[in-house]
Design a protein around this ligand. Sequence first.
Ligand code: ADP
Ligand code: ASP
Ligand code: MG
Length: 813
Amino acid sequence: MKVLKFGGSSVAKPENIVKIKNIISKYNDPIILVVSAFGGVTDLLLQAGSLASAQDQKYKEILHTLEERHLATVKELIPVTTQSKVLSKVKSEFNVLETLLEGAYFIGEITPKLSDKIVSYGELLSSYIISEYLINEKLDAVFKDSRELIITHKLNGKNVVNFTKTNANCEEFFNSSKKQVSVCPGFIAISEEGISTTLGRGGSDYTAAIYAAAVDADILEIWTDVSGMYTANPKMVKQAKAIPHISYEEAMELSHFGAKVLYPPTIQPVLSKGISIVIKNTFSPEEKGTLITKSKNEKGKTVRGISHIGNIALLSLEGPGMVGIPGISKRFFEVLSQADISVVLITQASSEHSICVGISANDVEKAISIVNEAFEYEIERGRIKTVIPESDLAIVALVGDNMKSHQGLSGKMFSTLGKNNVNIRVIAQGASERNISCIIDEKDVKKALNALHEEFFEENIKQLNLFVMGVGNVGAKFLEQIREQRKFLKENLKLNIRVIGMSNSRTMLFDEKGIDLNDWATKLANGEKADKVKFLALVNSLNYRNSIFVDNTASEEVSKTYSEYLGNSISVVTCNKIACSSEFENYSHLKSLARTYNAPFLFETNVGAGLPIIDTLKHLIASGDKILKIQAVLSGSLNFVFNNFNDQTTFHDVVKQAQEEGYTEPDPKIDLSGVDVMRKILILARESGNQLEISDIKNNPFLPEESLNTDNNEDFFASLIKHEPHFQSLFSSAKKSDSKLKYVAQFDDGKASVGLQEIPKGHDFYNLEGSDNIVLFYTERYPNQPMIIKGAGAGAAVTASGIFADIIRIGNF
Ligand code: ADP
Ligand code: ASP
Ligand code: MG
């Protein structure tokens, strides 16, 4: 004999019930078919009951909708010729239900017994309708009310199954039944006094397990809306996978810690008989699902699944009077248990100074008042503090049989959560070591589950979630490079890069699953109005792990938002130099936020575009070297200008060309006045460990005073035309001494300067081509022959690739 249970979503619609028929038609052996109420019905019945008891007539609307839904299901499944008997039975059951709800309405109260009676109609109606449908479909089926088989009695105020009586009833009925399919309602039972009882929310799984154990079934099949027990709730973690094989204990632990796919008490009855459980998907019956058996997971993975329970509150009993006094915890747990409050997690510090328990937030008010009352004597004398709860918490648990024989799992768990700025409130590890759990803020659950899942199950594929501001020249190239490189990164570096949000100055676009980079431009153009504050709020509210804010703008306003990102553990990658060249205090504050919140702040492209200048500097210093002197040509724009400027051209035309080809900042004066190079040498000096301000840098300008004083591009260009002779004289002077004009930045002995220089033949700077940059690092290890980094130092493609490199650095972080 086999026992098959179909849950609420499997019976939610007539077409789903047809699927069930197709599934069971393939079986030849006798079947006990346990069904839940149609999806959502139990909740609605409970809601109707509480509305009625609050004397709110709205319960009638719910009743009416429920009746219509059940009648419509009958009409859809059963042919008109045989419908009437079923319809009238359903109607008469609804009449009884109406009377029961009316009772609650008139008395203004609902007792647990009445509530049980009311909700029992969900399963009663579904099982009856399904049995009639199967009979009509010529299956050899019969309806059997579980209330004639499963008997409960009271134990410590709770309804528990009387297995002696239940097993005897089941053996007698099922062993003598001649029908192939017995359709039974899940969830409901009857007390020894003959009153309807229920087995707890999600209890249809338990019904099926009780039957399976009673008849010594070959297998217990739980059919639901997912393809097995997953490594994490698939509704929270997209990457979760069905676990092919798992032990009873692991399954029990996972379900106990919130894997709703199996009601926790379900395992007990079948475990003692060694009956296997298989979890299958009604909507994809071909998938293997999960097999749950006795066999231990000897060779398998250490961590088998991650689960969570939401809506948790934390109660802490603490005070100096607890140390060394026996019996305090006993009293604490006793009062909670007497009030029927179940404790989900316990921790006690070894100082015995406090005991912390996690309970359902629904019980919190009751818990505080009874605990404070029970310890009134100690509280009055200051030995124990009044209990103050904390709410909006959740438990996250790692589960696996083999965890005990592996070191470092909790370290990995907590560092993963820490890296993602998930604050851990309480930690507990079961003595069985099958479980490590912790309590975190409810708002962090999705991030925590996904980060842990990535760490323990995803072959180290790390997802990076990007929020890109600025999609102009550099930004667009950057997106193009990601699009082209995504597959390679996933396969080779195990990095999965997704762009979740993007914005230009006009519009912004978000897609929680990742924006399709093939047509982002049109989508962005049709996006909502750009708003930096809203952008930040959205990034924060998504609360994704490994979030990175990418700034491709040159905007000061954007640079001012970095602290908000870093303070929320969101990394920042930027080619915008403003933040790092602002006041030293701001620069170091951002760096310290990055350290505190484990969120890298990277700006490699601030100096030399894609050239690995800052990264190299960092490595030199980290490995103990000391920077003595830096000499550099750091302006790709100025290089382009002076490499193209001669007595055959005009300075104005060359600058114009540089601007048009994207070699200068949008405001070319920033480059020509030397401000841009000042910022760069300032950043290098700071990164070498010096506390410098921009005002400490000596600037020897080559622009005439008038050009420097313009305040818009038009006037600036006009002034260049006017002062052409000045520029020509700079050129001819250099030419005379067989030198070339280079704009040089220098940092030596704690002092920095920038200015135009005539570089003689043979100097490292002399042959610098096009927009190339060059940096000479003189260090303690490279005192005479400097370390040289040279290459293209401007242009959208190389800058984009430098940003990309920073993203990859974060991926490997
Ligand atoms: P049914 O109505 O069939 O009893 P449930 O809603 O009670 O179904 O249980 C199935 C649901 O359990 C899934 O849709 C899923 O959202 C949830 N769930 C939570 N954790 C897990 C997990 N680890 N594996 C599979 N499902 C899970
Ligand atoms: N219908 C009940 C519930 O929703 C029992 C079950 O579906 O397992 O809790
Ligand atoms: Mg269920």
